[in-house]
Design a protein around this ligand. Structure first.
Ligand SMILES: Nc1nc2c(ncn2[C@@H]2O[C@H](COP(=O)(O)OP(=O)(O)O)[C@@H](O)[C@H]2O)c(=O)[nH]1
Ligand SMILES: [Mg+2]
Length: 222
């Protein structure tokens, strides 16, 4: 690649991100006007996003009216799993795109039926790289790190963890089996994301989930 090509690539990338930022601000204003709390859930594939969202919807039934937008490269498997909770769910199939952007979320939000909701959870495409740069207009960014991934992932993917309001350490029920070093993981998180709140849970067994709900209430009110 020549220098001109490289700088042109950077220019296009910056233009795309700039456009996304404008649309994200538009989403944010629209969500705020509706009094809607929007939670962007991010992690690598298999960390437990869908399981975490399913349990959150089930546990907060009666306290929050939650709808979901879920993004994947292919299949509507997660949408089907999430619909079992009774919540309205819209699947975005991104094809080759490794993140959701503000425009995709704006379109999906129209289909999910916001009038009946006070909370919208967005399960982003499983990936610790591309989704970090895309603001969706969310109120809260939640990044999952599971015990099976290795304690150093925050150090290797700092941009993802730096943007987190809350870091959820998931699969704590497997900690012993994978010799998870809790102190090392917490240190890695606080090194790259000193301002993030950390909760330790098992989305599968439900352990620790109350701390997540308390954190959510504390951050967004009610
Ligand atoms: N043991 C254990 N397994 C979990 C936990 N959370 C998710 N899983 C499992 O991890 C796998 C991937 O979970 P999924 O929710 O699909 O992750 P996603 O790809 O991030 O949406 C599934 O087999 C889940 O049952 C957990 O807290 N503990
Ligand atoms: Mg999923």
């Amino acid at each position: 690649v020549s220098d001109t090509d490289a700088s042109r690539t950077i220019e296009i990338h910056e233009a795309l991100l700039g456009k996304n930022e404008a649309l994200a601000e538009r989403n944010r204003a629209m969500f705020r006007a509706r009094g809607l709390t929007v939670i962007n859930v991010l992690s690598s594939p298999g960390s437990g996003k869908t399981t975490f969202v399913q349990r959150t919807i089930a546990d907060l039934k009666g306290r929050r009216r939650i709808g979901v937008i879920v993004g994947d490269l292919a299949t509507d498997n997660d949408a089907r799993r999430l619909r079992e909770t009774g919540a309205p769910v819209v699947q975005i199939v991104t094809g080759t795109v490794c993140h959701l952007d503000a425009e995709m979320v704006a379109r999906a939000a129209e289909r999910v039926g916001l009038d009946d909701l006070d909370t919208l959870i967005v399960e982003n495409v499983g990936n610790l790289v591309c989704p970090s740069a895309y603001d969706l207009g969310e109120s809260l960014r939640v990044v999952l790190l599971s015990t099976t991934e290795g304690e150093d992932k925050p150090l290797k993917y700092p941009s993802m963890f730096q943007t987190a309001d809350i870091v959820v350490v998931n699969k704590i029920d497997l900690a012993e089996a994978v010799e998870f070093d809790r102190e090392a993981a917490l240190r890695a998180i606080s090194d790259v994301a000193p301002g993030a709140q950390v909760v330790v849970v098992s989305a599968k067994t439900g352990v620790g989930m109350e701390a997540w709900y308390a954190c959510l209430e504390h951050r967004v009110g009610r």
